[in-house]
Ligand binder design. Structure first.
Ligand code: FES
Length: 160
């Protein structure tokens, strides 16, 4: 009888140590998740915007309303790039020609998803728009993507 009590005690101690070890191991993981949350909030002010805003010339160029959308180098010739904030798709139909449109599909309001093979594509229901003028290439979209006036300022496409 006296010999079984110490055995149970050892098991209890071992279980307790295992649980404590798991808790210690989980502690840093939880702390890491907690410290990751503020980082997740940072992308709302996209790094591209953060880099682009100072070079936009808002304070130095005198054009306070000009907003840099994207670097010209980031817009593929014969294709385009979809921006999330603002919701704009910038395309380069021919070398050095940049145009932009709202990235919201005119059918039911989905954001367009791809720019491929000369069209801006909405994957919600299959609408396709021409990269040159935003016109409807394939429905069910009832109307073209609304154009957004842009110009090239140095190496950037800026909203006019
Ligand atoms: S919302 Fe784009 S095709 Fe329907």
């Amino acid at each position: 009888m006296n010999e079984s009590s110490p055995t149970v005690g050892r098991r209890t101690v071992l279980r307790g140590a295992a649980i404590a070890g798991a808790a210690v191991a989980a502690g840093p993981v939880l702390a890491a998740c907690g410290s990751g949350e503020p980082t997740a909030a940072d992308p709302t002010s996209t790094p591209a915007d953060a880099d682009a805003t100072p070079s936009a010339g808002a304070s130095g160029g005198g054009g306070a309303s000009a907003v840099v959308l994207v670097a010209t180098a980031d817009v593929p010739e014969g294709g385009g790039i979809i921006l999330n904030e603002p919701q704009v798709v910038v395309t380069q139909p021919t070398a050095g020609e940049f145009v932009a449109f709202s990235s919201i599909c005119t059918h039911a309001g989905c954001p367009v998803a791809d720019v491929t093979n000369g069209t801006i594509d909405c994957t919600c229901h299959g609408s396709k728009y021409a990269i040159a003028d935003g016109s409807v290439v394939a429905g069910p979209a009832p109307s073209p993507l609304p154009p957004i006036e842009v110009t090239v300022d140095g190496d950037s496409v800026v909203r006019a």
